[in-house]
Design a binder for this molecule. Structure first.
Ligand code: IMP
Length: 508
C-alpha cells in the first residue's frame, strides 16, 4: 500500500515541479557519477522524448528498472520505458563506437525488448579503432599530465571532428564515402604512428575492445578491409535507426515533453571543466542542448545534480578536498578491483580517523566504483568553491542532492566553504591571485586548483537513517548542514535523494 501512496506522491510532486516545463535538461555539477541514472530514469517516465547529446561510451549510466539493474553507456535512459509512447534519441554530439551500441541493443533483445523507439543522429561522431589506439597510446606514453581517460577513444574522435577529418554515423550507409574518409583519416594518423613503439601498438590493437587484433595489420597497423567490413556490417544492423534527429527534436520543442540527459559533469566539460583534466565534449547544459540538436533557449529548466555531502572524481586532475590527498589518487590509479580493495581494507569506514581510510570507507558505503572502467573513484568532501563555479557556468541554481544516505553513519562531516591559495602570485584575468588569498569561487585551471587548500566548516553528522519523505521531518543535524550549503551557494534545492530506490526521493 505504501508504494502506491509513495508513487502517487512522487508523480504529483514531479508534475508540480515540471508544470511549466516542456524541455528539461539534467546535468551534473561535479565530475560525473552523481547518481544521474536514477533521475534520468525518473524523468524518463515524465518525458515523451529522451535525448542524449554529449559523451559516448566513456559514460556509464546505471539504471534500475522494475527491480533489475542495467548499465548502459550509449542508450538513453528512456529506452526501457513504454516503447509505444516514447522516442529515445542519440544526438549529433555523441561519439559512438558501433560495437558498444550494438551490444547494448542485444541486451534489450535478450530481455525481449525492442528498440523501435530509438533514433540515432546521422551526424553523431563515429569512434574508429584508430581513436581507441591513440587514446590508449597517449596515456601510456605520457610521463606526467596523464588525464586518466576511459580509453574508449572519445577524445581522439572529437579531435578528428575539429580537425575536419572525422567520420559520422551517416558514413556507415555509404561504403564509398566511408572508405575514402577512412583512408584519408588514417593517412594523417600514420605520420604519427610510424614513430610509436610497435609493441605498444600491437598490444592495444589486440585488446578485446579491438576484436583481439582483427583490425591489425603487421605492415600497415590498420587492416583497412577488416575495418570497412566490420563497420559497414554494423551500419546495416542499425540502418533503420539513423536519421535526421535534429529535425525531429526541433519540431517537438514546446509541443512534447523532452528530457535532455547529460553525461559526465560540468567540471569535466571541455569548455568549463578543470582543464586539461576534462573529457572532450561540453558536458554543461549548453553543450547538452547543442549536442541533442537544440539550443539553450529551448530549455525551460536545468536541474544540476550534486552529490551530498561528498564528491568523487575518476581519473587524474586536481581535487582539493580529496580524502587522503596524493595517497588516495595514487591508490585509485592502480586500478584495483572493488573486491580486492574491500578485502585489503575491510576495516576502513566512514568514521576512520585517517582520511585515506575514511575515503575508502565512503567509497565502500557509496559503492563508488566506475560503471565503465570499474576504477575506484577518488573521494573527497563537498567542495563549495567548485560548486559555486559550476553554478556560475550553468546559470541555473536548481539542484538535486543525491546519495545523502551514504553518510548516514558519519560522525563528523566536513564541508569545504573556501580555499586558501598557497601558490605563487599569478594573474587570473584582470585579478591578481596572491599567496594566502581566500577564494570563495574556484578558478578551474589545474595549476591553480592544485595550490588551493580547503578551509572546512565542520559539522556533527546526523547519524541516523533518513526515512522520511517530508523535509520538515529530516534530522536536525542534517537540516543544519543542508541549510548551510543551500545558503552559502544560493541553491534552489528541488529534490533530495536519500537512497537508490525511486521512492527514496523527496521533493522540496
Ligand atoms: P575520456 O572522456 O575517456 O577522454 O576521459 C577524460 C576524463 O573524464 C577522465 O578523467 C575520465 O575518468 C573522465 N570521465 C569520462 N567519462 C566519465 C564519466 O562518465 N564519469 C566520470 N568521469 C568520467
Amino acid at each position: 500500500m505504501k508504494n502506491i501512496v509513495e508513487l502517487n506522491r512522487l508523480d504529483r510532486d514531479c508534475a508540480k515541479l515540471l508544470q511549466d516545463v516542456k524541455t528539461l535538461a539534467l546535468v551534473c555539477y561535479q565530475w560525473g557519477d552523481t547518481g544521474k541514472g536514477k533521475f534520468a530514469d525518473f524523468f524518463a517516465s515524465w518525458a515523451d522524448i529522451i535525448a542524449r547529446g554529449t559523451g559516448g561510451a566513456n559514460a556509464g549510466h546505471t539504471i534500475k528498472f522494475r527491480g533489475k539493474e542495467y548499465v548502459f553507456h550509449l542508450l538513453p535512459s528512456g529506452i526501457l520505458h513504454d516503447i509505444d509512447k516514447k522516442v529515445n534519441i542519440i544526438g549529433r554530439g555523441v561519439a559512438i563506437f558501433p560495437k558498444t551500441l550494438i551490444n547494448e541493443l542485444k541486451i534489450l533483445e535478450k530481455e525481449g525488448k525492442t528498440y523501435n523507439h530509438l533514433i540515432i543522429s546521422q551526424d553523431a561522431k563515429l569512434i574508429m579503432p584508430q581513436h581507441i589506439l591513440l587514446d590508449r597510446l597517449k596515456e601510456i606514453n605520457l610521463d606526467s599530465g596523464k588525464v586518466g581517460t576511459t580509453g574508449k577513444g572519445v577524445g581522439p574522435a572529437y579531435v578528428d571532428h575539429y580537425d575536419r577529418c572525422g567520420l559520422i554515423m551517416n558514413d556507415l550507409q555509404n561504403i564509398d564515402i566511408f572508405c575514402k574518409k577512412l583512408k584519408q583519416n588514417l593517412k594523417t594518423k600514420m605520420i604519427f604512428l610510424r614513430n610509436c613503439d610497435s609493441e605498444s601498438i600491437k598490444k592495444i590493437m589486440f585488446h578485446k575492445d579491438l576484436e583481439f587484433g582483427y583490425f591489425y595489420s603487421k605492415k600497415n597497423i590498420f587492416a583497412i578491409d577488416a575495418i570497412v567490413e566490420s563497420y559497414i556490417k554494423q551500419g546495416k544492423e542499425i540502418k533503420e535507426l539513423i536519421c535526421d534527429t535534429d529535425f525531429f527534436i526541433q519540431a517537438s520543442v514546446g509541443k512534447k515533453k523532452i528530457l535532455l540527459e547529460g553525461a559526465q559533469g560540468i567540471l569535466l566539460s571541455i569548455d568549463y571543466g578543470t582543464y586539461p583534466y576534462v573529457t572532450s565534449s561540453d558536458s554543461s547544459g549548453d553543450g547538452l542542448a547543442r549536442g541533442a540538436g537544440l539550443c539553450s533557449k529551448d530549455v525551460d529548466m536545468t536541474l544540476g545534480i550534486v552529490k551530498a555531502f561528498y564528491e568523487t572524481r575518476v581519473g587524474n586532475g586536481p581535487f582539493p578536498t580529496e580524502l587522503g590527498g596524493k595517497r588516495s589518487s595514487n591508490w585509485c590509479r592502480k586500478l584495483i578491483s572493488k573486491e580486492t580493495e574491500q578485502k585489503i581494507f575491510s576495516y576502513a569506514s566512514v568514521n576512520s580517523i585517517d582520511p585515506f581510510f575514511q575515503g575508502i570507507g565512503i567509497r565502500k558505503a557509496g559503492n563508488e566504483y566506475g560503471a565503465t572502467t570499474g576504477r575506484p573513484r577518488r573521494i573527497g568532501w563537498l567542495d563549495l568553491p567548485l560548486l559555486r563555479y559550476a553554478l556560475k557556468c550553468s546559470r541555473s541554481n536548481n539542484v538535486i542532492l543525491t546519495k545523502v544516505d551514504v553518510l548516514n553513519e558519519c560522525k563528523e562531516i566536513k564541508i569545504c566553504n573556501e580555499y586558501i591559495y598557497k601558490g605563487k602570485p599569478v594573474k587570473v584575468g584582470a585579478n591578481n591571485l596572491r599567496p594566502n588569498n581566500i577564494l570563495r569561487v574556484a578558478v578551474p585551471y589545474a595549476e591553480i586548483l592544485d595550490k588551493c587548500q580547503p578551509l572546512y566548516q565542520i559539522f556533527e553528522g546526523w547519524q541516523d537513517e533518513i526515512n522520511s519523505s517530508n523535509v520538515n521531518e529530516l534530522p536536525d543535524q542534517f537540516k543544519k548542514i543542508l541549510n548551510f550549503v543551500k545558503d552559502s551557494c544560493n541553491l534552489n534545492i528541488k529534490i533530495i535523494s536519500i537512497g537508490p530506490g525511486r521512492d527514496d526521493t523527496m521533493f522540496v
